[in-house]
Design a protein around this ligand. Structure first.
Ligand code: WQD
Length: 351
């Protein structure tokens, strides 16, 4: 499905998008183009597939420059970094699997933290004015209470992955304090799920996924015999964990609003903001909604708790409404429907 997009992108606000072929990055690229930005993707496809770039060009109706390199290989895209029309960087490129980070912490600290420091040095070197950073609700750990606001104290990170997000937020905060000429924002994602409404891009786990929605899809397809619900003895409405699921298209739109905010002269030069729906759903509620909306069966069984899981976390989203003029518009039905339809598109594409 081709959507109307501005043809002449040259005069538009140029933005580098690291990890722009990833799940949230790819959806953000489409939202940026729709809002008149001119994104340039830096992505070595370690956690995506090349066909996503073709899909983005088809869906946007425009050519999208793509440097197929590690975002830390700055010389490979120096021409874009030096471009005085470059208005900002949206930094998605990072590892994000909690379990993997426990097995391989140094890989996470190098890519997520050292790489980010090097990127910020490039921001200074090339006088880039705006930085949007992908953070995560993981920084809160098990919150003292819900909904969490941006003032809810962070707990000690439960995993190296969570620690990298806490470290990067602190680095960005101190960077911004020392360099008032750069405007920065950290976006704390809750649980991103769903897929583009065209169902032609979506979440693309390259190996066995750890997170809930792709596994619900696999159970519904019979790719796994049963989904294991990790514990039903929590102090929650039905004993299973509560999360704030947010549609990836809502999340993508929030990045455009964040750039608009940074480019507004009155904005503070560093903020961190929750991006969630503001509603908590249990694991069993997600499974039930998925089955009901898509008219499928999701075979599942109750298993042991997963170490490191927090019992419940969902967002107070008033800060995002107030400073970004943004709030989520899609509900859980949209999320489960788009996840399922994207998986069916993938099956057709794979023949
Ligand atoms: C959600 C709920 C599980 C799989 C992680 C990262 C977070 C963000 C999103 C990057 C939990 C339960 C899951 C399964 C289950 N990543 N579950 N059976 O752990 O909330 O967050 O992914 O930004 O930073 O920490 O997401 O999808 O893994 O789990 O019962 O087979 O589903 O116990 O309650 P999580 P998740």
């Amino acid at each position: 499905m081709k959507e109307f997009m501005p043809q002449n992108m040259e005069s538009k606000k140029k933005v580098l998008v690291t990890g722009g072929l990833g799940f949230i990055g790819s959806h953000t690229v489409l939202s940026l183009i729709k809002s008149g930005f001119s994104p340039v993707i830096v992505d070595d496809c370690r956690n995506s597939q090349e066909f996503i770039h073709d899909s983005l060009q088809r869906l946007s109706g425009t050519k999208i420059p793509w440097i197929k390199e590690d975002y830390q290989s700055f010389d490979s895209y120096r021409e874009y970094l030096e471009d005085e029309d470059l208005d900002g960087i949206v930094h998605f490129a990072a590892y994000k699997a909690v379990g993997e980070s426990v097995e391989n912490p140094m890989m996470y600290f190098q890519n997520n933290v050292s790489g980010f420091i090097a990127l910020l040095n490039e921001v200074l070197k090339h006088d880039i004015k705006n930085v949007v950073f992908s953070s995560s609700c993981t920084v809160y750990g098990q919150p003292e209470s819900n909904p969490v606001t941006e003032q809810t104290p962070m707990q000690i990170a439960e995993s190296p992955y969570g620690a990298t997000k806490q470290m990067c937020e602190r680095i960005l905060q101190d960077f911004a304090a020392a360099h008032k000429e750069v405007n920065s924002i950290a976006l704390r994602y809750f649980n991103p799920v769903g897929a583009h409404h065209s169902h032609e891009i979506g979440e693309l786990p390259l190996n066995k996924p750890n997170n809930l929605m792709p596994l619900v899809v696999m159970a519904a397809k019979g790719l796994i015999e049963k989904l294991t619900v990790y514990g039903n003895d929590y102090q929650t409405k039905d004993g299973t964990c509560i999360r704030d699921y947010i549609h990836v298209e809502d999340l993508a739109d929030a990045h455009v609003k964040a750039l608009d905010y940074l480019m507004t002269p009155s904005s503070e030069n560093y903020k961190f903001v929750n991006l969630g729906n503001g509603t908590g759903y249990s694991v069993l509620e997600v499974i039930q909604k998925f089955a009901e909306v898509n008219e499928v069966v999701v075979p599942h069984e109750i298993g042991e708790r997963r170490p490191g899981d927090v019992e419940a976390i969902y967002a107070d989203t008033s800060m995002a409404r107030e400073i970004l003029n943004w709030q989520a518009s899609k509900d859980l039905s949209d999320m489960v429907r788009d996840s399922w339809q994207w998986s069916k598109f993938l099956d057709k594409s794979n023949g």
